[in-house]
Write a protein that binds this ligand. Structure first.
Ligand SMILES: [Zn+2]
Length: 186
């Protein structure tokens, strides 16, 4: 019997928030051993559709994901995906690293695990990572927080960074880029 994949070992995408706009950008995941996974996305507001494009193994994969909305009691608009396989309304798309496509949790037969590290070992791990990378423990923690949070599509206009003044390199720059992807400021 094949072992169940873990949710934690997947690329995870959350839906857009607020009014839908045409937008094209990319999700970025930083995995251990400096592996970077990039998934380009475009939203076509007129069709309520999210298109994904990414490299996997030796090919380019493309997916079109329908978006539907509901109106919560507190007002506004909430967006959902329709799973491209089972057509159920879902709030997260998952792609296990070795899988070719993004589907819902059930279609990928994913399971959650409680493999949480203890506080002490987390701290030690962060310190060791920080030492390796030549950054502070705080920066390393921030990096992991950003990395393991679910990327959501931000339709809000992000501030343009002044490249001439941004002399940060390596990890700090990566953190800034990730933060911007999530519409946060660092
Ligand atoms: Zn599904």
């Amino acid at each position: 019997m094949q072992r169940k994949q873990r949710v934690e070992n997947c690329l995870v995408i959350g839906p857009p928030r607020g009014p839908l706009h045409d937008v094209a950008d990319a999700f970025l995941w930083l995995l251990p051993e400096e592996i970077v996974k990039i998934v380009e996305y475009s939203i076509f507001a007129a069709y309520s559709e999210l298109r994904l494009r990414y490299y996997h193994k030796d090919g380019i994969f493309e997916q079109e994901i329908p978006l539907v909305n509901t109106t919560p009691n507190y007002g506004g608009t909430r967006w959902w995906f329709l799973c491209p396989k089972c057509s159920l309304r879902i709030s997260r798309l998952y792609k296990p690293l070795d899988a070719c496509y993004f589907f819902c949790r059930h279609c990928h037969d994913l399971t959650y695990t409680s493999a949480q590290m203890s506080r002490d070992s987390t701290q030690k791990f962060l310190q060791a990572t920080a030492r390796d990378l030549g950054v502070t423990t705080r920066e390393a923690r921030r990096w992991f927080e950003l990395n393991y949070d679910t990327p959501c599509i931000q339709e809000v206009q992000r501030p343009i960074i002044n490249k001439g003044r941004d002399r940060r390199t390596g990890l700090a720059l990566m953190v800034t880029k990730l933060a911007r992807t999530k519409g946060l400021s660092v």
